[in-house]
Design a protein around this ligand. Structure first.
Ligand SMILES: Nc1ncnc2c1ncn2[C@@H]1O[C@H](COP(=O)(O)OP(=O)(O)OP(=O)(O)O)[C@@H](O)[C@H]1O
Ligand SMILES: [Mg+2]
Length: 341
């Protein structure tokens, strides 16, 4: 197969409207190069899982096109499925099968011969450090083991492109680090292309070559983590004033070096060239205007700031139970039931 025009994964003006009214994905476009790790970030309900489903032949777009390796997904679903591995947000391992059986069944569904399937199964169990637990029912696995098993299942047919929807959700820091070490090794050794949605911005920052931020079904920013941070153009100072103090927005905006200002529930988020220089000026100006500053935070931009800048929301804003919340809850329930079913 010749190299794909435009990239390993291409989204062209993808749209998904559920039930004729929920515009879950609203004109999304991007191209992911072969071997790239591409992060897809956004608040709950932004349209991440819906996008992954359209790219991975799980859901038909309302309009627009998805291409995998140059193949249009809706026209070549089977071909596409052979080239991709998908780790879904919600757990998909069959708890009533052992780890080894989960892998053997997966190999069978791809038409891999029994002998070859067995070889790959043993190799993957080893790689994922599941060999010792291979003959236990998957429902007795810890969250981390289950994720490693699901990753192994997603890799059994040696895909060129891997979709990971919240792959490290609910894992402890050690589990997350281990998972990523494995993905990076795989990418370095095989040139795997990785498309990942995550709620962990630090993870996206250190692991992704490029990132797209999606909000309300639309991409609001794309770039490497450093480009996105640089684009913010300086530090972010958050100032809190005493309760009942007058609005200091106008006073703060006039200070030297201030790029922009947002007021949020009694505190001010000020973007400026240098936080160190701004803080004394701001404290003095507020005091002169009769408002004592009661708290100051200076931050060099991180992806959290980038996210806040583009979505106007803290990353972990409470929005009621979402798919992500449900997945976490389900994981806890499963954990509580583990071994007793
Ligand atoms: N099958 C469905 N029918 C109707 N609406 C849906 C369906 N699936 C998702 N939605 C809605 O589409 C929007 C996008 O959902 P999606 O699951 O793609 O978001 P997400 O970014 O993956 O969120 P999360 O971070 O919670 O996983 C939400 O408003 C959601 O309620
Ligand atoms: Mg989701």
């Amino acid at each position: 197969m010749p190299p794909s025009p435009g990239g390993a994964i291409v989204a062209e003006d993808l749209v998904k409207v559920y039930n004729g009214k929920v515009h879950a994905v609203d004109g999304v476009g991007f191209a992911v190069s072969p071997g790239e790790v591409f992060g897809f970030l956004g608040p709950n309900g932004a349209g991440k899982t819906t996008t992954v489903s359209m790219l991975s032949a799980g859901l038909r777009p309302t309009s627009g096109r998805a291409l995998i390796d140059g193949l249009e997904v809706s026209k070549h679903a089977l071909e596409v499925k052979r080239r991709i591995g998908v780790i879904f947000q919600e757990s998909t391992a069959d708890g009533d099968l052992t780890g080894r059986e989960n892998l053997e069944v997966a190999a069978g569904t791809y038409g891999i011969s029994r002998a070859e399937g067995n070889r790959r199964t043993e190799a993957l169990l080893d790689q994922m450090q599941l060999a010792d637990a291979a003959d236990r029912f998957a429902k007795t696995y810890s969250g981390g083991m289950r994720r490693r098993l699901e990753l192994a299942v997603g890799l059994v047919h040696r895909p060129k492109i891997l979709f990971l929807d919240e792959p490290t959700l609910g894992l402890d820091p050690q589990g997350r680090a281990g998972f990523w070490t494995f993905i990076q090794k795989l990418r370095d050794e095989t040139g795997l292309t990785v498309f990942v949605t995550t709620h962990y911005l630090d993870e996206a920052d250190s692991m992704c070559d490029r990132i797209a931020i999606i909000d309300h079904g639309k991409i609001v920013a794309t770039g490497s983590p450093n480009e996105l941070k640089d684009r913010l153009g300086g530090d972010v100072v958050t100032l809190k004033t005493a309760e009942g103090a007058a609005d200091m927005s106008a006073v703060l905006k006039l200070l030297n070096g201030v790029v922009s200002l947002q007021k949020q529930d009694g505190s001010y988020r000020v973007k400026c060239a240098s936080g160190e220089t701004l803080v004394p000026l701001a404290v003095e100006a507020c005091a002169r205007a009769g408002a004592g500053v009661t708290g100051v935070i200076v931050k060099r931009p991180s992806l959290d700031e980038v996210f806040l800048e583009y979505t106007g929301r803290e990353f972990r804003e409470e929005e009621g139970p979402s798919a992500t919340d449900r997945a976490v809850m389900m994981q806890r329930v499963r954990g509580a039931l583990g071994g007793r079913r």
